[in-house]
Design a protein around this ligand. Sequence first.
Ligand code: GAR
Length: 193
Amino acid sequence: MKKRIAIFASGSGSNAQKIMEHFKRNDDAEVVLVLTNNPDAYVLQRADNFEVPSHIFDRHEFYETSRVVTLLRNLEVDLVVLAGFLWLVPQNLLKAFPNKIINIHPSLLPKYGGKGMYGERVHKAVLAAAEAESGITIHLVNDKFDEGEIIHQSKFKIEADDDLEMIKFKVQQLEHLHFPKVIEGLVKKMKVS
Ligand code: GAR
């Protein structure tokens, strides 16, 4: 039986796209649902293109009801992937999927993580601090922003003339390369355990 993946995303969804591409023809897992808090998120179009169903929720539904958990359970989801999802995950969802929710973050955590640190804000902070390197972190999700156990990190050197766009590009390249493979590694482990 293939493992079943649900992806949460709040924006463009380029990572969601890479994951859907990777698991389109794959013996280990499939993407069964894309969820978003943002009705205008481009990730919805990407999900449509892959014929993956999607679900839009609002703050009330996510934090005050069990509808999202019920939906994931009904679809027999095994792994929840946050790919550019900007809301804190509520307790009921954490409890329903213990150690089965992962997130990607565009820096080398614990540096440049926490509330309000997402997307370009992270890269701007990295540049302002004149860091010699940056990278990506894939980690388990807990009840705090960007603090769960780290599963994977990869990094790159920041060159003297790297600007915001270049850092963004280098981070995105690493994310697109590694995120699907790390997910594949996790689902393979889930199959044998
Ligand atoms: C990614 O760079 C991801 O690491 C970041 O949002 C971007 C989403 O891009 N996530 C965070 O900053 C979470 N704190 P995408 O919508 O093109 O996949």
